[in-house]
Ligand binder design. Sequence first.
Ligand code: UDP
Length: 339
Amino acid sequence: MKIEGLKVLVTGGAGFIGSHLVDRLVDASCQVIVLDNLSTGKLENIAHHLTPNGKVRLVKADIRNVELVNQLVKDCQVVFHEAAVVGVKRYVENPIDVIEVNVLGTHNILEAARKHDVERLILASTSEVYGKNIKAPLSEGDDRVLGPTYIDRWCYSTSKALDEHLVIGYHRRYGLKPVILRYFNVYGPRQECSAYGGVVSRFIAQALTGRDLTVFGDGKQTRCFTYIEDIVEGTIRAAEVDEAIGKILNLGSTNETKIIDLAHLVIKLAGVEGKVKPIYIPYEKFYGRWYEDLPRRVPDVSEASKILGFSSKTNLVEGLRETIEWYKRNFNRLSEITL
Ligand code: UDP
């Protein structure tokens, strides 16, 4: 199936990943409905498409609204379900919202997709599903390793794993045609840089506003940072390739980076060496008591490579350069940064 010209629904389409996906879908002449409650998504991320003759329609509403979800899905051939409560600090501050939005919302989307027989449903899932399994690289069939439910951090992993179970259930029971994508530490322009944002956007915002970079823990923990364009490409391919139906696929870079090295790299690329420095902050000070970190998380992308032809093409230096340039041009977004 080619995505060109199709009618698509993007939940969370005004958010970081969703809005980049919308850009790409508009380029492919799709008619796009964006369903977003703008709780963390931003109108300015898609404002350039909201012209009178534009191909994008924004519906400002919550994915928990059963009736509305039903109506919107009815008109679409493909659903990209990107809406979720995301951001590690949110998991420890508001686990109830995380679970309600991510699980109940996804259930609504799936019910509507089943009723209206959509041609493809893409679930944006996450590497967080693996929890603290330190096996490297992580393959889609690997175990989930989670801490106790006292630790709020695991609520996001659990909510997304439930979403995956639901999707697989709908596929097996009703013949829904889904693809589950586990994104690994996505970064790029438009990512939130507040206390709830990812480490890359936070470090860039700190560097560009003359603040020291807050490295939590000892900074030796690693992640595989994946540039947004590569994620968008993989997500579109997932909707197009028939062999992906019913599969779970990792999408991520395989380049493992220590957080302290990321801090030094951002300082260098932002051109602020000697002006700001990394400072070490205990986890508890930032996240409170109910947080636990993951020492490492590396994807095995051989399935996505085989099925989708996916590879993470953008190296970290290139991706960081693009992102830093974007923040420099969109200085207003840096006002989100606090600590
Ligand atoms: N982190 C950090 N400083 C920050 C934000 C995050 O050192 O200002 C660390 C965080 O503790 C974790 C890693 O960076 O070890 C990645 O955090 P992020 O919230 O981006 O995503 P995660 O991979 O934990 O879901």
